[in-house]
Ligand binder design. Structure first.
Ligand SMILES: *Cc1c(COP(=O)(O)O)cnc(C)c1O
Length: 518
């Protein structure tokens, strides 16, 4: 039986008791003797010591071990968060991406002194272009949402240069889209126009044609979409959007289901972003760090300018005459820099190693196994009456959206209750209540990393939850019972006024501002 630890753990500042961990002074002395004094300008020295917690080494270790015992991640068990792609983070990628030779270099070092890094980044640019079927990639954006904004700003530049920005003010987006899509379109200065999904899970083509006009600046779509279904009329969509001189934007945050099989570039897309922290296995969650490179086709904007000239961030190129890799900073047609330097380099190197370790064949198998895992799960779920599989019996790609609406109608038990029932036996919940077009949505994605046995256990547990809900509909409302933290109020937990992101808990407690951590 699963039980998560419940420690009433103070934070590290509250534990501070004036003890010391390692004594560095004699190591420092020896070092100084052989290396000489480090001289630091007086005006760069701190006036006061930083107020760091002082705890003995063993207490530090115990503190963080206890915290880890109250946590759940992909190293504990399955995390089938649809769309978010939480896959296993291979340690070989960690080993190489954290290598000291890379960790201690500085982005302002001369190019000749970081040739190894530049070559790795150059190769990664090339590989991602190959994987997406595009011509050029910039590794610069720091997350999926930032990649989207970068792409939208690139679309904006395209229309600005063509002097049609006053006319082109709409981006079409399916209603199954990730919430960041309309947000990015609006941040980029466009209106977001929602296109409904038809009963078969494709976009409603007539509604799309009706929405398409001279005002269409671009079309932004995830394919396969968030229902895990491949948009069957993508080539027709492409033709129509391009006819109106709109650009096609591919939200490739989650590429798992088509990896090595189908490429956005071949579907006619002009711009695509990828989430390296999803498909390419670098760790994520808890707010980052991420990496959302964008890739573009070499599409003509006006004479002498192509989309490549528009993308922001530094790009790496190989200078044939000098025989070295160099950095090209964004040019005058580009939106410029969205963050400092090359983005999150460790994530980039992680992806570099991940791709290197799998090779083209391995990437293809990754896609295949993730699709098989999803469809195996769908098959297992068919026998349960409490869950339906909206949008037909089509094959899924990387993920599937189940609906627990039948169970809800019968017993009043919600998707939230169901997910708490999963937590109670040591699973992570799927993504729930998204996409918005499915009621009581349970959006599930196992990725290539999950075992057959775990997928079977997961389906079986969903079946058990259904049985319990029928026998005693009140019981699921009491879940979770076996986790470190019980049921939280979903509204409060997301409300900025109740979130206290500070280590000064002690002070807040003394002032009576909070009573207890949970
Ligand atoms: C995760 C995701 C995003 C956003 O990516 P972030 O890195 O979280 O900003 C966008 N679109 C889809 C389909 C996603 O799954």
């Amino acid at each position: 039986m699963f039980r998560q630890a419940k420690w009433d753990e103070p934070n590290i500042y509250e534990l501070s008791n004036g003890r010391e961990g390692v004594r560095f002074s004699h190591i420092n002395d020896t070092f100084r003797d052989i290396m000489g004094e480090i001289s630091i300008d007086a005006n760069m020295k701190r006036e006061k010591d930083p107020q760091l917690p002082e705890v003995s080494e063993v207490e530090v270790i115990r503190h963080y071990t206890r915290l880890s015992e109250m946590s759940y991640g992909v190293d504990n068990g399955p995390v089938p968060l649809g769309s978010c792609t939480m896959k296993y983070n291979p340690r070989v990628a960690l080993k190489y991406s954290s290598d000291d030779r890379l960790a201690f270099i500085h982005p302002l070092q001369p190019e000749e002194s970081i040739q190894g890094l530049l070559k790795a980044l150059y190769d990664l640019q090339t590989w991602l272009a190959e994987i997406t079927g595009m011509d050029y990639c910039t590794l610069h954006p720091a997350a999926g949402a930032q990649g989207e904004l970068t792409g939208i700003l690139t679309i904006r530049k395209y229309h600005e240069i063509k002097d049609q920005i006053g006319v082109k003010d709409e981006i079409l987006i399916p209603d199954s889209a990730h919430g960041t899509n309309p947000a990015s379109a609006i941040m980029g200065g466009f209106k977001a126009i929602e296109i409904p999904t038809a009963d078969d899970g494709n976009i409603d083509f007539d509604a799309f044609l009706a929405a398409l006009s001279e005002r269409t600046a671009g079309f932004m779509i995830t394919n396969p979409n968030t229902l895990g279904l491949f948009e069957e009329r993508i080539l027709d969509i492409e033709e129509n959007v391009h006819e109106k001189d709109g650009l096609l934007y591919y939200d490739g945050a989650n590429l798992n289901g088509i990896l090595g099989k189908v490429r956005p570039g071949d579907m006619g897309f002009d711009i695509a972003h990828l989430n390296l922290h999803k498909t390419f296995s670098s760790p994520h969650g808890g707010g980052g760090p991420g990496s959302g490179p964008i890739c573009v086709k070499n599409r003509k904007v006006v004479d002498g300018i192509t989309l490549k000239d528009l993308i922001p961030g530094p790009m790496i190129y190989y200078d044939e005459t000098e025989g070295i890799y160099k950095i090209k900073w964004p040019g005058r047609y580009s939106p410029g820099l969205l963050k400092a330097f090359f983005g999150n380099v460790q994530q980039l190197l992680w992806t570099y190693v991940y791709i290197l370790s799998l090779g083209p064949q391995g990437l293809k198998e990754t896609g295949e196994v993730s699709v098989i895992n999803t469809n195996y799960f769908v098959k297992l779920m068919e026998k349960y009456r409490g869950y339906s599989i909206p949008y037909g019996r089509r094959f899924r790609k990387h993920e599937v959206v189940l609906s627990s609406e039948p169970l809800h109608e019968e017993t009043g038990v919600t998707a939230e209750d169901v997910s708490k029932g999963l937590l109670d036996v040591g699973f992570h919940a799927p993504t729930i209540y998204f996409p918005l077009i499915v009621k009581e949505a349970l959006m599930t994605e196992f990725t290539e990393g999950e075992t057959k046995e775990n997928i079977e256990r997961y389906a079986k547990r969903l079946g058990e939850i259904e049985d319990i809900a029928r026998k005693d509909p009140e019981e699921p409302k009491k879940w979770p019972k076996n986790t470190s933290v019980g049921r939280v109020n979903m509204v409060k937990a997301n409300h900025p006024k109740t979130l206290i992101p500070t280590w000064r808990i002690k002070i807040l407690r003394e002032k009576g501002l909070i009573k207890t951590l949970r």
